[in-house]
Write a protein that binds this ligand. Structure first.
Ligand code: T46
Length: 138
């Protein structure tokens, strides 16, 4: 699987405006158990700086944009999230950091499970250790 995967949702917009649809286990490749949205951010205040052990997520920039640095321990890539119907897949064991939020940014995140702080790896050295251990066992 490549580090960067986008999920495209249909925009059923017409002259009245846009309408984008996400359906669990159809165009979203998991059962959605939770959604959250991030807004009121500041361009110079980054967020994230963690990986998840098992959680799968998809992040949509439903308004404005931000940059997301993705890092699987071997490769790093930064992408711009800024299309309301194009979400970035954040798989387990990918360290991610959000930077350069536009002032109007609203980030909508669909998640495969409920919030669980034990699923977070918030220390980068610990992340690298766990990633390298899992590579050795595959
Ligand atoms: C992620 C990126 C993209 C909850 O209590 N429940 C929740 O569902 C969430 C998402 C957060 N929280 C609490 C945990 C913290 O005390 O809200 C506080 C802020 O969360 P955090 O510092 O983790 O926020 P970000 O923006 O760094 O990360 C968030 C998600 O937490 C994370 O899963 O992948 O967005």
């Amino acid at each position: 699987m490549s580090l960067i995967e986008w999920i495209e949702l249909p925009n059923l917009g017409d002259h009245r405006g846009s309408l984008v649809v996400a359906e669990a286990n159809r165009n979203i490749p998991f059962s959605i158990q939770r959604l959250y949205y991030i807004f009121g951010t500041q361009p110079s205040v980054p967020r994230g700086f963690h990986a998840h052990k098992e959680l799968q997520q998809i992040a949509f920039g439903i308004q404005g944009s931000c940059k997301m640095l993705m890092d699987n321990g071997r490769e790093k890539q930064e992408v711009l999230i800024g299309q309301s119907n194009r979400g970035l897949l954040i798989p387990p064991m990918v360290w991610h950091e959000m930077h350069d939020f536009s002032e109007d940014c609203i980030l909508l995140v669909l998640a495969s499970n409920y919030y669980d702080e034990n699923d977070y790896i918030r220390n980068y050295d610990q992340f690298l250790k766990e990633v390298n251990q899992s590579v050795k066992h595959t």
